[in-house]
Ligand binder design. Structure first.
Ligand code: RAT
Ligand code: ZN
Length: 448
């Protein structure tokens, strides 16, 4: 961002004018969404969209079991549409949808012109049955104000691997990420899978096995062209230690990141399967040891790291760590802290201690239309978090201009992501009022 001389008449001196500038900048910025679980439509059933997928989101499923007697087993045996009907009735019709995930569905429905107080899902189902998926994708991205979405790609998932191997079309707005959880967190099972695919690996992650993992990552990076490599880690993640994880990180993953010139994203603090009966909804949170992230940054100064932590209690430590290591970029308010109250306090701390050098939010959307609510809600909260820091500046006698406010917001939502991921071109901002656009059907081309 280039700062021009701020003419006195352009400097915003009053509180209301500043608040307006911040709100408008947040409404109009186009977002680079650095972490989602979305897929393009060409990945068929891996691409989740529409009312049934929205209502069976695992955040809502966890809430359903608190509002109804059904057992998880009976629920998961039902067809998806019946699951969605039940979630709708229990959380939206017989209750007030107060939670962030439930209010999110209301934001989506309202934005699409549907009734969030409908007694059943017939109107919504009719709407989604009639839309053209490609036009719908354009409408959703426009409503959400999202320019780019980064996926989560697992080449060890046999179903997903097939799409990559058959060179399925990947919409250029979707970027790949090579997810490493099976390799770095479930090595005791994954080595057999790699062995079956012809890699000479073993349970101990011997030097030969580590080389083979390097070869596997090289080969899949060639195919996916990932923007970064990523892993979610348990609270007891320790680096370094005497485990296959450290050997694989040091001998393969960090080298591949360097060779590709991409960061490694660390998402630390998830306790998988706290209540295994709940499936995806059964994961929990634990306190992480942020000093392990610090040691990675210190010992691998040529590598870049993105990091997000799940526990509220770890947020301040991560910010302090980022002040020590310029190769560490905190990103997003992840999962259980992706709620307005926690986003606001975490983001305020980040502004106060890091200035505009972090990526404030990612959506973690699993269902296409969630982009609409996750970004609508985040824009509002990040505006609430940014305003006090700019107000502080006004009180200090440094009066920001509208262009400077826009510049900061652009840097936060595009520049920091593009900079960390080594991408350059900047997207045009949205017009302040976003309306669904009747857009062209995107032409399908083979990837590459
Ligand atoms: O937020 C979520 O949907 C979680 O289930 C996880 O996917 C988490 O974001 C992750 O990427 O591991
Ligand atoms: Zn995620």
């Amino acid at each position: 961002m280039l700062f021009r001389e701020a003419k006195p008449e352009d400097q915003i001196r009053d509180e209301a004018g500043l608040r307006r500038a911040v709100d408008e900048a947040l409404k109009s910025v186009r977002v680079f969404d650095v972490h989602t679980h979305l897929f393009p439509f060409s990945f068929e059933r891996l691409c989740k969209w529409g009312i049934d997928d929205l209502l069976t989101y695992h955040y809502l499923v966890a809430e359903l079991f608190r509002s109804c007697e059904i057992s998880p087993k009976a629920f998961f045996e039902m067809p998806e549409s019946r699951q969605a009907d039940l979630v709708w009735r229990k959380l939206f019709v017989e209750s007030v949808p107060l939670s962030e995930a439930a209010a999110g569905v209301c934001t989506v429905l309202t934005s699409l012109g549907l009734d969030p107080r409908a007694k059943d899902l017939s109107e919504a189902r009719e709407y989604f049955a009639e839309v053209d998926p490609h036009e719908h994708l354009d409408v959703v991205l426009e409503l959400a104000g999202v320019s780019d979405v980064v996926m989560t790609n697992d080449p060890l998932d046999d179903q997903e691997a097939l799409y990559w191997q058959s060179d399925s079309f990947v919409d250029p707005r979707f970027h790949a990420v090579l997810r490493l959880d099976p390799i770095l967190c479930q090595w005791d099972q994954t080595w057999r899978k790699l062995d079956a695919r012809g890699y000479k690996v073993d349970a101990e992650a011997s030097p030969k096995a580590v080389d083979e993992v390097h070869r596997f990552l090289d080969s899949w990076s060639g195919r996916l062209q990932p923007r970064y490599l990523a892993v979610s880690l348990p609270p007891d993640f320790a680096y370094p230690d005497d485990s296959p994880r450290t050997r694989l990180l040091e001998g393969a993953v960090l080298h591949v990141c360097r060779e590709l010139d991409v960061p490694l994203a660390l998402m630390v603090g998830v306790r998988r399967g706290v209540n295994p009966e709940l499936g995806l909804a059964g994961d929990g949170v634990g306190w992480a040891d942020v000093s392990s992230i610090e040691r990675l940054c210190e010992r691998w100064p040529e590598n870049r790291f993105l990091a997000t932590v799940l526990a509220l209690e770890n947020q301040h430590q991560l910010i302090v760590a980022a002040r020590k290591f310029a190769n560490l970029t905190p990103f997003g308010c992840w999962w259980f802290v992706n709620n307005p109250s926690t986003i606001e306090s975490i983001t305020r701390m980040r502004f106060e201690m890091l200035g505009p050098t972090f990526i404030p939010q990612h959506s973690d959307a699993r269902v296409l239309e969630q982009l609409i609510y996750k970004w609508a809600h985040s824009r509002r909260v990040v505006a609430d978090a940014l305003y006090p820091s700019l107000r502080q500046l006004q009180l200090a006698g440094w009066f920001p201009t509208r262009a400077e406010v826009d510049g900061v917001v652009e840097r936060l939502f595009q520049g920091c992501a593009r900079g960390t991921l080594c991408l350059d071109q900047i997207q045009a901002p949205l017009s302040v009022e976003v309306r669904p656009a009747k857009s062209q059907v995107s032409e399908q081309q083979p990837k590459g």
